[in-house]
Structure formats: structure tokens, C-alpha cells
Ligand binder design. Sequence first.
Ligand code: PLP
Length: 434
Amino acid sequence: MRYYSTGHNSPQVSLEEAVLRSTAPDGGLYIPCTVPHLPQAFIRNMASLSLPEIGFAIANFAFQGDVEGSVLHDIVNSTLNFDIPIIDMGDGRNVMELFHGPTMAYKDIGVRFMAGLLSYFTHQHSDWNTINVLVPTSGDTGCAVANGFYNVPGVEVWILYPQDTVSFFQEAQFASLGKNVHAIEVNGTFDDCKRLVKQAFMDEDLNKRMLLTSATSINIARIIPQTFYYFYAYAQLLKQGKASDGVVVSVPCANLGNLASGLLAREMGLPVKRFISVENQNNTFYNYLRTGTFSPQPSVQSIAPALDAGNPTNFARIAERLGNASDMGKVIHGYTYDDMQIVETMREVYERDRYLLDPHSAIAYRALCEDLQTGETGIALATAHPSKFSPAVELAIGHEIELPAQLMRFMNGTRRVTPMSSGFTAFKNLLMGG
Ligand SMILES: *Cc1c(COP(=O)(O)O)cnc(C)c1O
């Protein structure tokens, strides 16, 4: 399979090159040149397959031989080795809990798959030095990436985070690992962290000496594995006899990577009637769907911080496949909520259904409730465990919640942090081992 750039001004590349480059030289994002269409018989028979079996079949279709079958099998099995429960909330509504991985956030799935691919690529090239994954984070993304790449041979991970705004709990999730995971505390803002990484990717000298890549959802290696759970969701609902005329899927959106994966799954033949894109007050995509003008804004802080993105990077992929706002509107319904509504939703659902949602998942569920028509089957993607955002959740429900053992273990480790100024020279020296 070859990949082309949404900028239409770069050569087509192999899977390996697309993953290593992350973005195309023209600044665009890579997408598959031809999207494989799954046979209807396969889709009908998915109900009898397990989650790893579905993942393996989809990955095989998507990569078309670019990765050896036995390797792909291992990668899928180590990526999807936890449950993805689907909760029936009544009236055709369902919630899919994507957060039972090691850091209890949905990014575990895409990141761990990408780690498996990178490790396969380095294994094939004995002449390669290490691959360096550069990760600017305001707190949440860093955890999934650090843990996904932890101990992966041939890969070093550099997490850059702002000194003052990352919580003690978030820092613990990436700074207590050690080994190939480097926690760099930048004396500056999240924007400084992003700028440093961008500068590193553009520095010719540095790129001649080192292999650098990114593990955000600009990387196609994140997008492809995130299609697996859309297929799995459909398969489960099919098994229950609820998916005969397609499903509606509600997605909490920031950089639109998760939504781009869902759209790819649909293009591969998954019967999705429509998607619901849900944003907090960083609602650039919502405004685009309404007005047809894409106007990125500086991000504002909210109580659903993983959605605080004012310039959604995967917009380019979505526009490339679906066309303009009016065409997008036929497939995607947009919603946006402010902090008050987020809190209100967590409280209402908890009181009514005794079900606890984190701030991100709460608005995905709320939009599903508002958009779903009688007789339809819908599914809201729950992207994080509520305890990851306990201050907001506790505010909503009025009492404390416990940290699961899986997250507790991070709190007890020893932190290893490298403080750094926000100047590029300092970062470059650090990368080169100075
Ligand atoms: C990253 C993240 C999202 C948003 O995903 P995008 O692919 O950036 O749209 C939603 N919820 C949580 C908890 C996240 O960590």
C-alpha cells in the first residue's frame, strides 16, 4: 500500500516512510492511496470474531502485505490485550469503554500499535540507530505515549511538558518510568514545548544525525489501529441484533484523529449511518460544519483538557476524503458544550443511571442522547477512565472517587525529570547526548 499527502505536493511513500516521516515534506498528512473495501460477507461474519481477531483481519486488509502476517498478529495481540466493554444504557444508546489499557485512556490502543510497528521497522534495519519519538504534551497525551513505547527496543522517547501546568498525577505517569522514556520539564508553556519539537523536525543538521518521529494522531500509524474498535463495536451490536441498518457513533473530538479513524472504517465498508463530532468550547470543527469556514483559534482551557485544541490537525484528512462542509454535514453532526454543561451531564448521568463518565466521554454521551432518533442504535465512545480527571468528576458528583490500582502504581515510582530552558540549543544538545 502506498500513501499520499493531503498537500498533494509530495511523492507517494511506503508505510514505513509515512510512519517515520509523520508529516509529508509539503506539510500535509499521509493517507492511503486506495482504501481497501471489506467484503460484505466478512462484515456479516464479524459477530463471531474476538477483538484481536477483528483487529488482525482489518490490519491485514489495510496494510496489504506491508507487514508480515505473523508480526502483525503479534502486534495486534499485544495492542488489544484488554477488554473493551460496551454498556447498554437503554433506548438504543450504548457506551463503549475504550479506556481499559495501561494508562486508562483510549490513546493506549493507537500508541501501542504504533510502538509495535516501529519496533518491527528497526528490527528490519540493522544499520539504523535509534528512532527518537518526540512528544510535546500538556499532560494527557504524554502518559499514553510514554507507556506505549516504554521498553520498546530501538526507540527513545522524549516527553516535553510545561513546568507549571502538568499535575503531579500526570507527571507520575510518564516521569516514573525511566529507561528509554525521558521526561523533560521545560521552563515555559505548552506552546514552547510544541515549538521545540517543530524546530527539531525542521533542523536539517539534527535530522541528518538522528531519526526523529512523532506519535500524535498526525501519524498514520495511530489512525489505522483506531479503526479496529469501530469494527468491534459494530460486531458486538450485530451479535445482539441491534445493528441491522447501521449505527450512529458519537466521538469526543480534539485533533479529530479518532473521528478520522472512524471515517476510514466507514470508507472500508463499515455500516455507520453518521458520526457525531463533539467538542468543548474549543469548537473550531463545529463552526466549520455550521459556516463552511475553517478558522483555527488559540486553544482555551477547559475541564475536558484532552479536547483543548483550537487547530484540529486531522481536519486535512477529513476534508480530503469528504469534501466541503455541506458534504461533511451529510455524514457528521457537530455538537459543542461548555464546562457547565459538562459538569451537569456527568452529574445527571450519574444520578439517573448510576454510571460515571469522565468529562470527555460525558459530552459524547450527551450529544448521542440529543442526536439519536427513535429506532436507531447509537454508541458513544468513552475515552478516559473518570479517575483520570477526578477533580472535575468529584465536583460533579459531590464525593471522592478512588484511583484504580492500575493508575496507583505510577504514584509510587521514583520520578526522574530533566529540567530544561525553552531555548532550542538546549533541546538539541540534550537529544544529541550533550
Ligand atoms: C486525545 C483524546 C481525545 C481526542 O482525540 P482526538 O483524536 O485528538 O480527536 C478525546 N478524549 C481523550 C480522553 C483523549 O485523551
